[in-house]
Ligand binder design. Structure first.
Ligand code: PLP
Length: 356
């Protein structure tokens, strides 16, 4: 079977032009010269790549010198740990939880520092966004998950508070215009919208660096990474390279305005199809529906695996829901084309006709 449209939640599809650049870079007709992953990360070629990547990320996010942009490893999981260690020393970390990943970040934070839940939609089965409760007087930041990848719940805009916002943007990074410059800290793995696994982008407002306790192990101290241009040790050079090609591709489309319109159109099309049928159902409050991950269930749950298998045979892998919630999920990250959604919607209509 040849893969036609990849709906995987991550690692996920790369944009076609990025795949083409990879094919050129690693093609057998180029074996007489080193590929990008065979270069010293301190050599002039790779340093130029790193500089272009940082500047490209800054342009896309619209952030200036008030923020540092770090290129780390360890995924969002390491940020669940580094964030409270660095910024919530002798302060309270406040959390708004809207799904699985917020729960995980909260649990890790609670191991490290005083951590308070100020909003949660767990009682509503994570189908909506919660009201914000009272923030503690010594609040270090409010942590929230911009887009809950498993539950399919997204904040249309950041919550409004008087404290720094610390946000997990793993599954919506660079997918639409976002007020990055207003954030205290944001982190995101690259494996959904920015290329391949290995690289984690961290955006941090520089004045917050003053809060970091000197007792931290250096490797876990954000200042180490600020002061070394993210090269305290050997970076994941392949992931940086793919991120640069992805940044170039996003800019060639017209930046976040253009990619945001594309993503909105894809999501609108799929939600319209789901809402227009009694056979498919999405349980999320329309105000909080994710543009990136669309979970849905079938009226007859017993047909779920048949749907997944037939979709795979039709060239649409990756539609099985996360094991924590079951059902189905279509991930519509940047690289997925509108045509993929059109074909999925056609497939869904045909499946309903033959199985419903
Ligand atoms: C919103 C969100 N946060 C955190 C994670 C965990 O990311 P990582 O595997 O990079 O640690 C994921 C992974 O899917 C995610 O979607």
């Amino acid at each position: 079977m040849s893969i036609i449209h990849n709906f995987s939640a991550g690692p996920s599809a790369l944009a076609r032009p990025v795949r083409e650049r990879l094919a050129e870079q690693f093609g057998t007709d180029r074996l007489d010269q080193p590929s990008v992953v065979e270069l010293s990360h301190r050599g002039p070629e790779f340093m130029a790549l790193a500089e272009e990547l940082e500047q490209g990320l800054r342009r896309l996010m619209g952030v200036g010198d008030a923020h540092a942009v770090l290129l780390l490893q360890g995924g969002a999981h390491l940020q669940f740990t580094m964030l409270p260690m660095n910024l919530a020393h002798q302060r309270t970390a406040a959390f708004a939880i809207t799904g699985h990943w917020g729960e995980k970040a909260f649990a890790e934070s609670a191991r490290i520092t005083e951590t308070r839940l100020v909003a949660s939609s767990a009682d509503q089965d994570y189908c909506e966004l919660p009201e914000l409760g009272h923030l503690p007087a010594d609040c270090a930041y409010l942590h929230y998950t911009g887009n809950e990848t498993i539950h399919g719940v997204q904040y249309p805009q950041p919550p409004v508070t008087g404290v720094p916002l610390a946000v997990d943007l793993s599954s919506e990074f660079l997918s639409r215009p976002y007020p990055y410059a207003e954030l205290g800290l944001a982190y995101a793995g690259a494996q959904k919208n920015l290329g391949v696994a290995g690289l984690t982008v961290v955006l941090i407002r520089r004045d917050l660096l003053e809060r970091i306790p000197d007792s931290l192990p250096q490797f876990l101290d954000y200042r180490t990474w600020v002061n070394s241009d993210s090269m305290r040790n050997t970076p994941c050079t392949f992931a940086w390279y793919v991120a640069l090609e992805t940044v170039r591709w996003i800019e060639s489309l017209g930046g976040l305005d253009a990619i945001g319109q594309r993503n909105q159109a894809k999501a609108d099309r799929l939600y319209r199809a789901i809402d227009g049928s009694d056979f498919y159902h999405n349980r999320i409050d329309p105000e909080a529906r994710s543009l990136m991950n669309v979970p849905f269930v079938l009226a007859d749950n017993d047909l779920t695996m048949t749907f997944v298998e037939q979709a795979e045979q039709a060239g649409m892998p990756g539609l099985k829901g996360h094991r924590a919630v079951g059902g189905l999920r279509a991930s519509l990250y940047n690289a997925l084309e509108q045509q993929a959604v059109e074909d999925l919607v056609d497939f869904m209509a045909e499946f309903e006709r033959t199985s419903g």
